[in-house]
Design a protein around this ligand. Structure first.
Ligand code: SAM
Length: 236
């Protein structure tokens, strides 16, 4: 379970709210039973229940079991889409080991991103389920032109667009071989990128156009496909 406090050996942790409800009502936890906690700071710890309340419980931290993991240096820059589908992208990006997620406002973005804490809650849930000991950083929603203007010189931008397939460029395998190092994946909204956006993205020297095949994928499918391909090729 994620706790948003720095964990140390011997620390006392009080859980209430959904975590307490899950342990008390679903897991029917008993005193002395072990619980794994992670703080997204130092790592994952083993703790055990010392006191059971009606709606809360106290745990005592026994010791570090795994240090906070370094995930591969991959960012996901995605235009917000329908809320539940964008939450799904955030969950899959967390499970697949993405380091940072940046919602990108584009011309055809129809859905506002919604509250960041809601998206972060989906990331926390996904991290707890997949036993990841770090959370992706979730950035503020950024306009595409501002993102491109401030783009880091040393980071490749894998630009996924369904029009790339016809041009014969965009082999993901070749892109991975040719572009090692820190990377990001850029995925458009349901309506895709405009021609002007396409030109602005390609004008960036760090941009690497990549195709995800001949079919038009939903944005959420494209995000998971691109992350998985990158992780398979460079996630070492
Ligand atoms: N513009 C298209 C349209 O209006 O039907 C579809 C956009 S698609 C639903 C959303 C995003 O998924 C695209 O902007 C692109 O980033 C990505 N995508 C979908 N299919 C892709 C493919 N075959 N290759 C690369 N990227 C793809």
């Amino acid at each position: 379970l994620f706790v948003d406090v720095e964990l140390t050996d011997g620390a006392e942790v009080r859980l209430d709210g959904s975590h307490a409800h899950y342990l008390l009502k679903v897991m029917r936890i008993r005193e002395g039973q072990p619980v794994k906690l992670f703080d997204d700071r130092s790592g994952e710890y083993l703790a055990h229940v010392t006191t059971l309340g009606k709606r809360d419980l106290i745990l005592l931290v026994d010791g570090l079991t795994r240090p906070r993991e370094q995930v591969p240096d991959l960012w996901l820059c995605a235009a917000p889409i329908k809320k539940d589908r964008f939450a799904w992208i955030a969950e899959k990006a967390t499970e697949l080991g993405v380091a940072r997620m940046i919602p990108v406002q584009t011309e055809r973005t129809q859905n506002p991103m919604g509250k960041p804490e809601k998206l972060r809650a989906h990331m926390i849930e996904a991290a707890e389920q997949c036993e990841r000991t770090s959370l992706p950083e979730l950035e503020e929603t950024t306009k595409l032109d501002a993102l491109l203007k401030a783009w880091p010189a040393d980071r490749h931008l894998f630009f996924a667009d369904e029009r790339i397939f016809e041009s014969g460029e965009g082999s993901f395998r070749k892109a991975l071989v040719a572009h090692e190092g820190p990377a990001a994946i850029l995925i458009g909204p349901e309506g895709g990128f405009s021609d002007a956006e396409n030109a602005a993205i390609r004008a960036l020297s760090q941009t690497v156009p990549v195709s995800l095949g001949p079919r038009i994928l939903r944005a959420d499918t494209a995000a998971v496909a691109a992350i998985s391909l990158w992780m398979a090729g460079r996630g070492d």
